[in-house]
Design a protein around this ligand. Sequence first.
Ligand code: NAD
Length: 251
Amino acid sequence: MNFAGKSLLVTGAASGIGEACARRAGECGAKLMLCDIDIEKGEQLCQELNALGVECQFHVCNVSSEKDVETAVRKTVKLFGRLDCAINNAGVTGLPAALDETSLETWNTVIAVNMTSVFLCLKYQLRAMKQQGSGSIVNIASGAGLIGTPNLAAYCASKHGVLGLTKTAVAENPEGKVRINAVLPGSTRTPMLEQSMALSAEVEKMVMASVPCGRLAEPAEIAETALWLCSDAAAYVNGQSLIVDNGGLSR
Ligand SMILES: NC(=O)c1ccc[n+]([C@@H]2O[C@H](COP(=O)([O-])OP(=O)(O)OC[C@H]3O[C@@H](n4cnc5c(N)ncnc54)[C@H](O)[C@@H]3O)[C@@H](O)[C@H]2O)c1
């Protein structure tokens, strides 16, 4: 894939799938705006990529803040002249609990970070891309966006919402100059999943039951799909929800 001369914004870029997207996009020649709340890890990754010759900047951005998201997009356009691609990836799971034991605080946080964030990112990214006449956006949803997910009601609802936002953005922009797709990763070996699995043997068992192929996805495997959707190779792919789970949801 060739991203030479293209600019790409990634949210949640400091870890896991977002980090893998940033590394792969850098290898493919993209100019990167890395957004995250984790300043230490974000700046470290940015320095590492800069040292490898990647044009890259880290921006502290809480994706649930409208001001932060607007600034991140504005800064990207100012720095690189345009915003060609965006991967809206930042997310949290929230503490697992049965729906009738879930606090409103957990609900509000998960919805804000996973879903309101995608609304805000789309709002400002679409404005920039429509003005320049082209662009490609990939929202990272989850298999939990398609099925009920015991003990993760807010997470499940937020990811269903991300798919609704993806489809609505496409329906509102039918000329297809700006493409918007979603990637639905299966269980992927990232700090988020490792932390969840460490909570209890029961959670670990549930996660492993979700991967009938017997292994978790690697972040790089999800990144490869997200970047393909961003790239010109997918020029006629629009409004899709692409499941990347090695057949896990096909049973
Ligand atoms: N790991 C999996 O099994 C899996 C499966 C399906 C979907 N996903 C989705 O993939 C995405 C990435 O998850 P991951 O597994 O790489 O997790 P991760 O915890 O490794 O990385 C998430 C990143 O998002 C950042 N972040 C959290 N809240 C933020 C906020 N408010 N503003 C900006 N950044 C914030 C974190 O600092 C972190 O760097 C999430 O949307 C997640 O729901 C993950």
